[in-house]
Design a protein around this ligand. Sequence first.
Ligand code: SF4
Length: 598
Amino acid sequence: MTNRWQRCWDVAPEIYLLLKESDSLEAARDVVVGYLQSLDWTHRREAAEMDPWDYVLFNEGLECLKNLFSPRNERAAKNSSLEQLWRAAATGDAEVSDDFVDEFFHLFKAVKVQADVYPSMLMEGTTAPDFTKYEGREAGKRRSDYLDEMARRMDEHLSRYRSGLDPEVARKRAENRERVLALLGGDEGDWHDWRWQFRHVFKDELGLSQIREIINLSPDHDRSISLALEKGVPFGVTPHYLHLMDEDPSDQDFALRQQVFPPLKYVQKMIAHRGDRKVALDFMRERDTSPEELVTRRYPRVAIIKPYDSCPQICVYCQRNWEITSPFMPSAMASEAEIDGALDWYAEHEAMMDVLVTGGDPLVMNDGLIDRILGRLAEMDQILSIRIATRTPVTVPQRITEELCEIFGSYHDLGRRSLSVVTHFMHPREVTAETVEAIRRIRVLGMDVYNQQVFTFANSRRFETAALRIVLKKIGVDPYYTFNMKGKSEMEEYAVPIARILQERKEEARLLPGIFRTDEPVFNVPFLGKDHLRAWQNHEIIGIQPDGRRTYRFLPWEKNIVQVKPYIYDDVSIGGYLRRLRERGEDPEKYRSIWYYY
Ligand code: SF4
């Protein structure tokens, strides 16, 4: 037996023996599942004597194991992890990765009531007072002291992530701004002019040479951007966004660089699919959910319209990388006939109550065109909400001018319809004084601003997203969605296991006041739309692949209305994610409860 299995079998020697003594896979299935059933009943009968949280972990681990050993699920996952366990017990090893072994080590710990979740990452080294011994004011004071300690420890984590409102960060950025302006031959007035910002987006060979003069690119990024530009893969960074970065790659600007500087693998994949991106990379199958040119519809009462299919700055993880073009390409603008056709479609569809004007970034369009589109939508009685999806408050906050806000204000007519902005902050570091001013201009109109964050490796450390929620609340933006970064193969190094998004929600977001954690963690099911990750009915684990990836079955949002084919998804492995965190200097021990989220 190789050592890597030993700790697995030490935790669950009964399972080891049952597997080892079975002379066929089906015999192993019968005895192991029988053992789990009896364990289940034993603990159900005696659960009152077990710590309630241990019981929850036991129960969830048990459900997972039963799921993993089900022949029906094996067929769907296209792998039998039971067979691999059986071979490992019988012969000493099996053709699986260490990440696979780690998954079963933790599942066995859960069902043997040995899950190592205490002491929690946050309160390590403290003992919670026995509050039942106290009453009244004394009880209240002791509880308050304990919560103070919890908050103090949260602050220790949160203080790692300083926003651009921090005076020291702001001072550094003022220097960066001077350097950008000096290079581009601009002045303060230019900086605050969105047209100047647009004109100077770094998006070609000249732009790359200018970036090199302002910041030091890592050799990998330098190579991948050069290749992207050579082969026409969309790339762009605004002067405003570039000035948020430190001169040298640092831990602080890691998340910013990751968003716009593409990894080589991504560029290569985009090049390889140059001719068939619209099919090969359209993960969400928008091609099959568009009833009219520029319109995508996945839900009964809302659809999106995409009049412009590029952005001033291109996000590497963009879900629409199959159609997004380089910044400001003339072809990004839909024709007048297409826009009119899409607006006519809305006019003909009485069911449409909410419309998301998106793209690309619709605020690249001129004010006149924005006014025209909003005006047409506002004529439709059925439309009660118009949302404008734009990342400009982050990438070019100067775009939110008084004139544009005047247009917005004219359509925000409470009692008739509301207009709101949906934006896309990824990290506290992106918030600046200019951002605050942009948001303020929108909010004084009485409009709401919501945030959609994509949960990637770059913003997934302990309390990193909690820090974003806090600063967003401070500037008047409500967290709306946190998107699971799907494991599109070209973007795997950005992906985070579903278990981490669930852990973040429970162990970090939950500690904030409810009004700060208004975002819903979601998984976008191709073709069908968002599944809420917190709802247990929506997804279940059905397999562990030999390389340690969990396989999930997603039941789409409309499962209770109509029978819909489930979606099978192989996640990135937890073991691989923890290794990437270690490479970034994180202590994987601080994430150890991740294994118990499914
Ligand atoms: S702002 Fe949105 S549409 Fe534009 S590149 Fe980023 S993710 Fe894609």
